[in-house]
Ligand binder design. Structure first.
Ligand code: SF4
Length: 366
């Protein structure tokens, strides 16, 4: 939860994406994008199931042709998550996607074929109660925008996004979500700050081409963490060159780090120092792996020494602090027992199971 350390959330207007609400007082929506061929219904649904199990709220699929648009019908009927259709260039694909059950479509109104074709898409969206995400990208700004603003930068991206929004509004729809993405975190921050000032539509945050999981998570956390701390952002997608389930896990980590959600176990562990007399690094990794399935909000500490350990980790619900060949087992700063190093992990897990049984949980903050 926001403990008052963050800026108040920017009040965005509410947009419904199937059963999911973006903006308003709704929790920040975590989304991802399928890496599967949408025409392969079984593979796409299998990946959506995995995304849902990881805590994803919404997924997007690419619609490169009519076959993919038609596949949506079965995907949407069997999907546990609302499905967003990603369309470029061809307005007929956008219409087909909506008619086949897409909960939202993502288009760039500038490349959908002109005002008349955009109006046909908008008419179809209105008839089906489907919102549009207007998505602009630093890598695909129009020549006109680049010339007008002297190249890629926040002014060109903001102008491009707002021009696209006006085009959709003029065509008759105000159920709009905006995304303006760049691979540069600083540019992503600048653009979304400006959009937050200029409009009250929900903002979809993301860093494009963020990279491999290691690099991409940091780049996304810098950009999205900054914006979210300023109260900006209603839905997030962490783009990684990896299994999309990792995107969802990264999104949860960012939201948990800011206190915007309380869900699942969080490991806090010390960096180790000259006082450490146990082999803490593999042990912390093992604890992190073993608590990954816990859905109850819980903070677990793994500390290197008894001098500072239980005290430093007083805020943790449970923890262990290493000594010479043994660990102290503690809860909220209170030492409960001394256990041999070889039993420390099992004893910690037993304590968690005893004090924080899963059946009591209401894991998800949404
Ligand atoms: S908890 Fe102890 S071992 Fe870990 S960094 Fe602090 S002083 Fe060092």
């Amino acid at each position: 939860m926001n403990h008052g350390s963050l800026s108040p959330r920017r009040p965005a207007r509410e947009v419904k994406v199937g059963p999911v609400t973006m903006g308003g007082r709704a929790a920040i929506v975590i989304q991802s994008m399928n890496a599967t061929d949408t025409r392969d219904v079984a593979a796409t649904l299998a990946q959506i199931e995995r995304l849902a199990a990881a805590g994803c709220h919404l997924t997007r699929v690419a619609i490169p042709d009519l076959e993919a648009a038609r596949a949506l019908d079965e995907i949407v009927r069997r999907s546990p998550l609302p499905v967003v259709a990603d369309i470029h260039f061809d307005h007929r694909l956008a219409i087909a996607a909506v008619e086949n059950g897409a909960a939202k479509i993502r288009i760039n109104p500038g490349n959908i074929g002109g005002p008349q074709k955009l109006r046909e898409v908008v008419d179809c969206c209105r008839a089906h109660g489907v919102p549009i995400r207007v998505g602009v990208n630093a890598g695909s700004l129009s020549r006109e925008m680049l010339q007008k603003h002297g190249g890629i930068g926040a002014p060109a991206l903001v102008d491009s996004a707002l021009t696209a929004v006006r085009a959709v509004e003029t065509a008759g729809l105000t159920d709009i979500v905006i995304s303006a993405k760049a691979s540069d975190p600083a540019l992503t921050i600048a653009v979304n700050r400006a959009l937050a000032r200029e409009t009250d539509y929900p903002l979809h945050l993301g860093v494009t081409e963020a990279g491999t999981p290691e690099n991409g998570r940091v780049r996304a956390a810098v950009a999205l963490g900054t914006l979210l701390a300023e109260g900006i952002g209603d839905t997030i997608r962490i783009s990684l060159t990896a299994d999309p389930v990792l995107e969802v896990e990264a999104a949860w980590t960012i939201l948990q780090a800011l206190g915007l959600v309380r869900r699942g176990a969080t490991l806090v562990s010390c960096p180790t120092c000259g006082r450490t007399e146990v082999d803490l690094v593999p042990l912390a990794a093992e604890v992190e792996r073993r608590i990954a399935g816990i859905r109850r909000p819980l903070t677990v500490a793994v500390m290197g020494c008894p001098v500072n350990g239980p005290g430093e980790a007083r805020a943790a619900d449970v923890g262990i602090a290493g000594g010479r060949g043994e660990f102290l087992l503690f809860a909220r700063g209170e030492v409960l027992a001394r256990v041999p190093e070889s039993e420390a992990v099992e004893q910690l897990l037993a304590l968690i199971a005893e004090r924080f049984p899963e059946e009591e949980t209401d894991a998800d903050s949404r």
